[in-house]
Design a protein around this ligand. Sequence first.
Ligand code: IDP
Ligand code: MG
Length: 165
Amino acid sequence: MTQQTLVLIKPDGLKKSLTGNVLTRLSETKLDIVAAKIVKVSRELAERHYAHMKDKPFYEELLKYIMGEYHKRKVMALIYWGEDAISKVRAICGSTNPEEADPVSIRGAYGRITTKGVYENVIHASTNEEEAEREIKLWFQPDEIISNLYPAKIVKEKIEKRAWA
Ligand code: IDP
Ligand code: MG
């Protein structure tokens, strides 16, 4: 079954110059990258991305982590598409806890647990199709993706935006 999945290289991954390593590992999946960008994560985006973690004791620290307060204030967001994309990417990521993750996985090789107790595990990947849809729509607009992953509509908006001077 073809699927799409959201991948984030988290701020610790960027700070540690792991982008190349992570992308090389993910290329083992032979999946297609259909969107990619660097994002400065706002508090609002962080809260919406981790809405399901709201009741965790480490929630505030988790928001600071994904916003890059401890590293570079940026995240690389990508969408991978292809056969069984979700499980293929998750397998290469490894378990959530970097100390328990397979040492050969991305999280096992590069992750750590901070003294404040947050799992700095370098990469995020969607866990199921429902989560992938929610996350992809949160991080990307339809025009930023080179294929039509979900139904989209044309809207006429009169908005002010920046353009090249
Ligand atoms: P996942 O990223 O493997 O899908 P989730 O349970 O969705 O795991 O948790 C989101 C993120 O929250 C994790 O990637 C990790 O950074 C952090 N996290 C999850 N569980 C814990 C925990 O028990 N202690 C500290 N940080 C955690
Ligand atoms: Mg998750």
